[in-house]
Design a protein around this ligand. Structure first.
Ligand SMILES: [Fe+2]
Length: 535
């Protein structure tokens, strides 16, 4: 194009706002007219299937505001927009730096100077919503404060309604429009929900569903006597100016920002629409984040419920195998928590002891029922068989990340402080703390429940036995803590036989109930006291 370039012409660059195949920046260095379209015969080729062969013309010329660049739609099928305002075919619209010019789906930002790195231009509005969610094109400096304040208020909001309110307040401050609302509409004909609104009479503004439909993908503005035809609602309610901005993140809609005013004069529609677009972008990002948070919380709750249910099923299966020890796991769990807390262990260790107590015998799933239920004395072979349950339990639980903290306790709850326990014969502090705690709790429960060969021993005797075995069977510090305990606290746990929906460390033993004395379990295996193998 060998056209003269008058000195007064200010060169213009149109920078692509998204990657559309081979579309690159457009450099307009002469007055034009520059023909824009899909066809290669144009001065500027925009090679996109939704762009018409001869789509628009851009040229330098006089306008009401003095000389400027102007774009004119040539009757294209997908339309030409400036700042999301559709242009009637044949009517030129000025373009200024900062404006967003769209030929069908292909959008550009007008710039007064060329950027140095072309790749930066092409990717500046790429796919990352965190970077590109806020559409700031067309915002004037006088509105920046309002937009920034809106961003702070919106991101501080904790629910959808608060976000909508913050968005409405920001737009009211920046626009001065009479009626502003954040609406969610079922565009297939359902109702329009108003999440937040501001109006002179306090009533929710009238909203044109037809305008919402038109503004499904991009902002629509209306001023009486110019641009688009008004809808019936707009005519009926004498709306002189309307701005309707979709609240979008990608292709996901969260509603619309609606602004209407019966006064023909007031704030310019273009700059107000730019502010509303920026506010809508911020609101969309915040709403999407809230949604993501809600989904995450729901999934976590589902996973927790699934985990709790799985653990309860596992523990119930132990009870089913050995009904004489029904409730043993629940009681050991409570005893373990009590012993740990009275010994002054940190809260996390107490919770770990509680969970470990619940699952410590889970390895009995792998022990023969004949051995578990045997009333008489165990043979050496039977004892070796049952003594595998800590290792089996460890193997069962090691694949569950939530159980990793308690694995040492499961594996070592039959170790003795003097090193004569099993499976590894660890002694003293080499025995993991949670294992030492559960060993005490396990012994207290075993002694205070009935056996076929004897009745339940009183709690005072069980406590005395724990104290007597300090340093041989049990950790001396833990034994001392048990010795100093109020017996009634321990006694309150005796008889618990079921556990409720909550697992230890979360809701506690909600629903645990005492078992009637007559129904107290008996067992053929006694793990209590100084390692006895009894009938
Ligand atoms: Fe055990």
């Amino acid at each position: 194009m060998d056209r003269p370039i008058p000195d007064v012409i200010r060169p213009l660059w149109l920078l692509p706002l998204a990657r559309h195949g081979g579309v690159r920046r457009i450099s307009l260095s002469g007055p034009g007219p520059w023909r824009v379209g899909r066809s290669a015969s144009n001065d500027v080729q925009v090679d996109h299937p939704s762009v018409s062969r001869e789509h628009a013309v851009i040229e330098w010329g006089e306008s009401a505001c003095g000389p400027s660049w102007r774009v004119t739609d040539q009757g294209s099928a997908s339309g030409t927009c400036v700042n999301d305002v559709p242009l009637p075919a044949g009517n030129p619209m000025p373009i200024r730096p900062g404006d967003r010019v769209r030929f069908g789906p292909v959008a550009f930002e007008a710039a007064s100077r060329e950027t140095s790195d072309e790749s930066t231009d092409v990717t500046r509005c790429g796919p990352s919503p965190a970077v590109h969610a806020v559409d700031a094109s067309g915002i004037e400096a006088r509105h920046l404060d309002a937009v920034l304040a809106a961003g702070s208020a919106i991101h501080a909001a904790l629910d959808d309604a608060s976000i909508a309110r913050a968005a409405v307040e920001a737009v009211v401050r920046a626009s001065g429009f009479q009626d502003v609302a954040f609406v969610r509409a079922d565009l297939q004909g359902g109702q329009v929900d108003v999440l937040a609104h501001a109006s002179a009479d306090g009533c929710a503004p009238r909203v044109s569903r037809a305008m919402l439909l038109r503004a499904r993908d991009a902002a629509i503005t209306y001023e009486s006597g110019a641009g688009i035809d008004p809808t019936n609602t707009m005519v009926l309610h004498r709306m002189a100016r309307v701005i309707c901005v979709p609240v979008l993140l990608g292709d996901r809609s969260f509603g619309h920002l609606w602004m209407s005013d019966s006064r023909a004069r007031g704030a310019e529609v273009g700059p107000v629409a730019a502010v509303a677009r920026a506010v809508a972008s911020t609101a969309a990002l915040a709403l999407a984040n809230l949604d993501r948070l809600r989904t995450t919380e729901r999934l976590e709750a589902e996973h927790r419920a699934m985990f709790d249910g799985t653990m309860q099923a596992l523990i119930a299966s132990i009870d089913a195998k050995d009904p004489y020890t029904r409730g043993h796991s629940a009681r050991v769990s409570e005893f373990a928590f009590l012993v740990a807390s009275r010994a002054g262990l940190p809260a996390a260790d107490c919770e770990r002891a509680r969970l470990c107590g619940l699952v410590h015998d889970i390895g009995k799933i792998g022990v023969s029922e004949d051995v578990l239920r045997k009333a008489g004395r165990l043979t050496e072979e039977e004892f070796r068989h049952i003594a595998t349950h800590p290792v089996v339990g460890h193997e069962i639980l090691r694949g569950i990340p939530q159980m990793w903290d308690v694995l040492p306790g499961v594996l070592h709850h039959h170790e003795r402080y003097d090193g004569r326990g099993y499976p590894h014969g660890l002694s003293g502090d080499r025995i993991p703390l949670v294992g030492r705690v559960v060993a005490v709790a396990d012994a207290i429960d075993a002694m205070t429940t009935s056996r076929t060969y004897r009745g339940a021993r009183p709690m005072s005797e069980a406590v005395a036995e724990v104290v007597r075995c300090a340093g041989t069977h049990f950790d001396p510090a833990l034994a001392a803590a048990v010795g100093a305990m109020d017996r009634r606290d321990l006694q309150a746990i005796v008889g618990l036989h079921v556990f409720g929906p909550g697992l230890p460390g979360r809701d506690g033993f909600v629903g645990a109930t005492p078992l009637p004395e007559a129904a107290r379990p008996v067992t053929g295996i006694d793990h209590s006291g100084p390692m006895r193998r009894t009938a």
